[in-house]
Ligand binder design. Sequence first.
Ligand code: ZN
Length: 225
Amino acid sequence: MAPSRPLSRFWEWGKNIVCVGRNYADHVREMRSTVLSEPVLFLKPSTAYVPEGSPIVMPAYSRNLHHELELGVVMGKRCRAAPESAAMDYVGGYALCLDMTARDVQDECKKKGLPWTLAKSFTASCPVSAFVPKEKIPDPHNLKLWLKVNGELRQEGETSSMIFSIPYIISYVSKIITLEEGDIILTGTPKGVGPVKENDEIEAGIHGLVNMRFKVEKSEYGGIS
Ligand code: ZN
């Protein structure tokens, strides 16, 4: 009998979505931000997942929704305070992800010193590709990622230019948050983030491995104030 919780459908049952910010120097520069000595972490709820076939829904309280193209690392087993040297043993596979970001709201949060929850963790803020088993990716630091909006190339990045490596990130995160099977870590975006609007079509992929496509829709719900 097939397992009831196959890793290939992690978004249906995985609990934790942990995101790393500022992990590519070219993106840090385009944000006029600074590289930090440890990864910046934030969370998305598991209800943020958007599998292919479903639309990305824009939060009604934002006027500037951005795409951030990121490699997601899917955990294959429970992981608590893993040493960096053993961290890759806990990986079950990968998925391409979008860290959808309400940039105008994030700018406000930064100005006010508030958490990024409204900007990063709304419903539909985490579109994901099909699952890629780890056997298909012998070196996750040697991947080329790309993203197009309505056919126009917006983001192109190489995972070789991550500031913090995947084993470092897993080790660091797992000392703070216990990771479980089916959880995912989004490893940050390269440069080229930008706005999307209603009816836009986002297409993205990892060269030679996986492609995904999403339509952007307006929310049927109102604002929040
Ligand atoms: Zn991001």
